[in-house]
Design a binder for this molecule. Structure first.
Ligand SMILES: *[C@@H]1O[C@H](CO)[C@@H](O)[C@H](O)[C@H]1NC(C)=O
Ligand SMILES: *[C@@H]1O[C@H](CO)[C@@H](O)[C@H](O)[C@H]1NC(C)=O
Ligand SMILES: *[C@@H]1O[C@H](CO)[C@@H](O)[C@H](O)[C@H]1NC(C)=O
Ligand SMILES: *[C@@H]1O[C@H](CO)[C@@H](O)[C@H](O)[C@H]1NC(C)=O
Ligand SMILES: *[C@@H]1O[C@H](CO)[C@@H](O)[C@H](O)[C@H]1NC(C)=O
Ligand SMILES: *[C@@H]1O[C@H](CO)[C@@H](O)[C@H](O)[C@H]1NC(C)=O
Ligand SMILES: *[C@@H]1O[C@H](CO)[C@@H](O)[C@H](O)[C@H]1NC(C)=O
Length: 651
């Protein structure tokens, strides 16, 4: 009697530790696949789904493999489901975790014919179609540790990671029809040890499992490049790596978990007695140890949740972003010249209209990217998740054959350069509107740099990439374009320089170094252009062809900055304008470190009490530098706009 109570107590404690570690109620991710259809209330599908969700996992299959496969009802209202637990968790924890996911669906995804919910320990998905044995790589979920690997170690770290993943992949795929899981550690530079796991749903064939894991591994550079930890989770497989042991790696993690919180009771009486006696002795010692562990791990977990991991917002659906080529061709009247809105470095933009009346702008990418489709898709999904009112919204994409198309919302007022550099239209841009535009760009850029989880560097910020909506709100376009192409990059350097002459920071134009501070430089040029109503690279000052930046600097230095203000601006107070000139000059400093971050720019724009530092001479990116560019023999891929690199000496 006593002993069985002890046993119960012991197993309860084990369960508690496990639960405390991984089972906060919030799921790690969930996807309601809206495009897969809704069911109606009180339908047969709903009752089948409820039956399936309320059935106890343990009553199905009964295998302790951590993989469950259910279906309920008859066609066409049959519901199919798959549950998968992480390979190392025991069946008790697994069941509890799956139970938890099932209870969430009605709340998280009401009326969805298909949905997925996942925790650290398990994943559960259901659908109205048969999903058994079908490899699926979307929707993807990414998660990473925001801390990075030191520059010096990145290459070696990646090498170790890659080898470990390869190794685990070949182990997992051979795992058999009940279990395709492998986990191990390897010694890594900077950190003593690198830990990783890979897992497929075991219903996949060996080849599918291998393909799936390869694909997930190839997604690492997109989500988790240089990160100390990361996960790529697809419906059919997932991978994870960390620099701390996130499961018990000391035992052979690839073997099925030593199951049994509840003893099977098949041993002889004497051996059972021995087990019980040992258990009592051990448990006394363990209780103290475990209590300490609970405390420490809970603390660690809280810390981990708070600062270590940033959870990527769900991508509600990936398929709905995909638009079929014919639809786009019809919408743009077969890409007719009449519908052409413009041409840029990355391709041609067409206006179009969907049958439902929605107006769209279609970017037809000019060069077939060297990236594979899956990678390209991953990139688009990342970019599609960037949503901010000062960014142009990506509505969808298409790639079929060599065609790669991006579909955006159409901005009725076209781009900023059409206004600010047009003598008559410029009159419509009073200072209030210009200030609103300047603020909007700053907010959008700050989001790209810091608030979004991807730290996007725009690299080609200029007036023609700022679009205006009906209310003259500014929206940045073409963000993430640099990411969508393979740019031959080694760390933060790129051999092919994308960008537009006149807006490029000197370190970028000359050496290909890009950073958020090169965007800040372009922003500074833009602000000065807004104030002066003049193009940086075509700036005319009487007889002299002078750079706008040097002109601005000279006037600032000589205390005549008010000369810079566009004469068409009639304003009472120039304080705000002068502050913008000041901030603009700070942004175009030659020394990157002296340029403010976008967060600081916003602070300076918003609050007059923020003191501004004194700018020194800015970088005059003009004739001399362009000449040395040529001798550096960099291959430029300039935007095809006027004033691009191909025509360095505007006359
Ligand atoms: C399903 O419902 C969601 C909201 O509940 C809605 O946004 C979506 O358009 C619906 N999908 C279909 C195919 O009706
Ligand atoms: C579904 O059934 C419930 C009770 O059986 C009822 O209250 C509800 O109005 C029904 N809903 C619909 C849309 O028929
Ligand atoms: C799992 O799915 C397969 C294929 O649909 C089926 O043959 C098998 O009976 C299912 N097992 C359970 C327990 O539903
Ligand atoms: C699953 O959860 C339900 C309540 O949501 C509970 O009644 C049931 O006992 C749980 N089953 C298991 C195996 O934990
Ligand atoms: C699942 O539901 C969707 C949307 O209602 C439907 O188009 C599709 O044919 C269904 N699939 C199956 C296998 O019944
Ligand atoms: C796994 O890695 C070890 C070295 O760490 C190597 O000896 C072994 O051959 C690898 N196994 C496979 C299947 O690649
Ligand atoms: C790494 O894994 C091996 C088993 O493959 C194990 O013996 C060793 O203790 C592990 N090292 C760490 C630091 O977890």
């Amino acid at each position: 009697m006593v002993s069985s109570r002890w046993l119960f107590f012991l197993s309860a404690i084990f369960m508690l530790t496990n639960l405390a570690v991984a089972q906060s109620d919030e799921p790690l991710y969930h996807f309601c696949l809206y495009e897969k259809g809704n069911y109606t209330a009180n339908s047969t599908y709903e009752s089948n789904l409820n039956q399936l969700l309320s059935s106890d996992v343990s009553s199905d299959t009964g295998s302790n493999s951590g993989f469950y496969n259910f279906s309920y009802g008859q066609n066409p209202n049959q519901v199919h489901a798959i549950g998968l637990c992480r390979g190392d968790v025991d069946s008790e924890v697994c069941r509890d975790c799956l139970n938890r996911t099932k209870s969430l669906f009605p709340k998280l995804c009401p009326n969805q014919k298909e949905a997925i919910v996942g925790y650290d320990y398990c994943m559960f998905r259901y659908s109205n179609r048969s999903i058994y044995g079908v490899m699926e790589t979307s929707p993807p979920f990414f998660l990473w540790n925001p801390n990075t690997v030191l520059d010096n170690y990145v290459e070696k770290f990646n090498g170790v990671l890659w080898t470990l993943m390869e190794n685990l992949t070949s182990q997992a795929k051979d795992g058999g029809s009940l279990r395709k899981f492998a986990a191990n550690n390897a010694s890594a530079p900077q950190f003593k040890t690198l830990y990783a796991l890979v897992q497929c749903t075991p219903d996949l064939s060996m080849d599918d499992c291998e393909d799936c894991l390869r694909g997930a591994k190839e997604a690492i550079p997109q989500c988790c490049d240089r990160k100390r930890g990361g996960r790529v989770v697809w419906p059919s497989c997932n991978i994870r790596f960390e620099t701390y042991p996130f499961l018990d790696f000391t035992t052979d993690a690839s073997a099925p978990p030593a199951n049994n919180a509840t003893p099977t009771g098949k041993g002889s009486n004497s051996s059972r007695t021995i087990i019980i006696v040992v258990a009592i002795v051990v448990s006394v010692v363990l209780i103290f140890w475990i209590c300490t562990c609970i405390y420490l791990r809970m603390r660690k977990q809280r810390k981990k949740v708070e600062n270590k991991l940033k959870i990527v917002d769900e991508i509600n659906d990936t398929k709905s972003l995909q638009i079929d080529f014919n639809t786009i061709r019809v919408a743009t009247n077969n890409f007719s010249d009449v519908n052409k809105l413009g041409q840029g470095g990355f391709g041609t933009v067409y206006k179009g209209k969907f049958p439902n009346g929605q107006e769209i702008a279609v970017k037809r990418l000019s060069r077939s990217s060297e990236q594979g489709n899956q990678e390209f898709k991953n990139e688009i999904l990342l970019v599609a998740k960037l949503q901010h009112r000062n960014l142009v919204r990506l509505l969808g994409f298409c790639f079929e054959g060599n065609e790669r198309l991006l579909v955006y919302e159409l901005m009725p007022n076209a781009s900023l350069d059409h206004f600010i550099f047009d003598l008559s239209k410029r009159l419509h841009l009073d200072w209030k509107i210009r200030y609103k535009i300047i603020m909007g760009i700053a907010r959008g850029l700050q989001y790209l740099h810091e608030d979004s989880q991807f730290r996007i560097i725009h690299r080609d910020l200029k007036t023609s990439n700022i679009l205006l909506d009906e209310e003259m709100n500014s929206k940045i376009s073409d963000f993430g374009m640099a990411r969508l192409f393979t740019l031959d990059q080694t760390q933060a350097n790129t051999r092919r320089i994308v960008g537009t002459y006149g807006y490029m920071a000197p370190e970028y134009a000359m050496h290909g170094h890009f950073s958020v501070k090169s965007d800040v430089f372009s922003y500074g040029v833009l602000v000065l252009e807004m104030v002066c109503g003049q193009k940086n690279n075509y700036f005319q000052n009487g007889e002299n062809t002078e750079n706008l930046l040097s002109h601005a600097w000279k006037n600032w230095r000589d205390g005549t900055a008010s000369n810079l203000i566009d004469s068409t601006l009639r304003v009472c107070s120039t304080t705000e304008i002068m502050r913008c000139i000041h901030i603009g000059l700070l942004c175009v400093q030659e020394n990157m470190a002296e340029r403010p971050t976008m967060a600081l720019v916003l602070l300076m724009l918003n609050s007059y009490s923020t003191a501004l530092s004194i700018p020194s001479r800015p970088a005059f990116l003009m004739h001399s530098i362009v000449e040395s560019d040529m001798s550096l023999n960099l291959s430029f891929q300039a935007s095809q706009n006027e004033g691009s690199m191909t025509d360095p000496y505007p006359r």
